[in-house]
Design a protein around this ligand. Structure first.
Ligand code: ZN
Length: 238
């Protein structure tokens, strides 16, 4: 029996999800992408998405052929039902419960549920997301167990056989750069450096060796440290 392998990748325009799109393009015959517009303060992520996808197409004719439709879904209801530093203009800080105030409760659950419904309509049977336990930001909806439980729930609730893939779950940010290199060589690393966006503050003025960003917010710090680790490993191997 041939199982058609089409994937829908949760694609925000950041480093992780761009690596996930490349990962899916290496594995599946058809790859579509979905982005969620929820009034995030780093809305610049949403604006870099088309450019990243266009650049991915130039990486190889195979990727260009496989890469299908990009969907943008309005989830502005998130801003209405939750109060978080990710959607309102307050200082990023840690809360008493140990979670950063950028935490949107259950956000990834909602994302996956919406993506599952879209995948159903598009005839895609794999969902790919950049959730990761290793660089633990304190987000319980990024955990492996959460994703596995959600896969069961979605398949029970929709009578489907969807597979949730999270290729970054057990690797750190240095290895995410290394994964990009193994998928698309130096050209893909360069694309991710210059085209993708991670900074919480939406800063895109200065190009650092790890990409654009303020350099000090938690997202920039993770990305910059990861890139430094990746370069170190490269130099040690050379
Ligand atoms: Zn930043």
């Amino acid at each position: 029996m041939t199982i058609s392998t089409g994937a829908l990748v949760l694609f925000s325009g950041g480093q992780d999800s761009t690596t996930c799109v490349a990962w899916a393009l290496q594995r599946y015959d058809r790859v579509e992408t979905v982005g969620f517009d929820y009034g995030q303060r780093h809305a610049i992520e949403m604006t870099v998405r088309p450019g990243v996808l266009a650049s991915l197409r130039t990486q190889s004719p195979d990727w260009d052929r496989k890469l299908g439709e990009d969907h943008v879904i309005d989830l502005s209801l998130i801003g209405k039902i939750s109060d978080t530093a990710l959607t309102s203009n307050v200082e990023i800080a840690m809360l008493e419960n140990g979670l950063p105030n950028t935490f949107v409760p259950g956000r990834n659950l909602l994302f996956m549920m919406v993506a599952a419904t879209l995948a159903y309509r598009r005839g895609l049977n794999v969902l790919v997301g950049g959730m990761c336990e290793t660089d633990f930001s304190g987000y319980p909806d990024c955990r492996d167990d959460t994703m596995k439980a959600l896969q069961v729930t979605l398949n029970l609730g929709m009578a489907t056989r969807l597979k949730l893939e999270t290729p970054l779950m057990w690797i750190d940010k240095a290895d995410t750069w290394a994964l990009a290199e193994s998928l698309g060589g130096a050209a893909l690393v360069d694309l991710i450096r210059t085209d993708t966006h991670t900074c919480y503050l939406g800063e895109r003025g200065t190009l650092h060796d790890w990409g654009y960003g303020c350099g000090t917010c938690p997202a920039c710090a993770l990305r910059a440290n990861g890139y430094a680790g990746f370069r170190q490993q490269r130099n040690a191997a050379a």
